[in-house]
Design a protein around this ligand. Sequence first.
Ligand SMILES: [Zn+2]
Length: 166
Amino acid sequence: MAILGIPILENLYPVTMDMWPVQAKEFNRNWQFYENLKQGRFTTTKCKDCGKVAYPPRVICPECYSENLEYIDLPTKGKVISFSEEVRGVPLGFEAPLIHAVIDLGVEPVRRLLTRIINCPAGYLKEGDEVQLAVFPVPPHPIEKGKQGTVMVERVFFAFEPVKKP
Ligand SMILES: [Zn+2]
C-alpha cells in the first residue's frame, strides 16, 4: 500500500493508516465472508443451532452463543430507501461524492442494510433506484508466514452501485 507524498512511509506498511479489514485466514475468523465476496457472493452467518441469521457475519451467535455457524447467501440486488451524499470534505482515502444509503434487499431476515454506493455521480441516485453488489480490490496487506517470510494478501471490499449506469 503506497503512501504517496510522505517520504518516511514509502515502501512501508503504515498499519494505523490502513482502513480496510485484515482479511487473512490467520487473523480474521470471518475470512470466509471476503472469500465469498471474491466470487461475487454476498453472504452472512446463520446459526446451525438456533437458526439466527446475523449481519454483519459473526463468529459467535448473538442469540445462543453457539460457534456452530454457516454462511448463507444474501441477495446481491436491492432498492434504495434513503441516502445521503457528501460532496465536500470527504474523509482521507475517499473520493467525492461519498454516498451512503439504506437499501432494501427485499427479503428477511437481513432486509435493510446500510451501505456505500459507488460508481455513481452526485445528484444521480434517487429513492427507489435499484442497486447491485459491487466488489472491488483494496490494497493488499502483509502477513508473516513462517519460512515464507512476509507475504502480501490480496483483499477486496464491497459496496453497491446503481444497476442503471449513469
Ligand atoms: Zn444461535
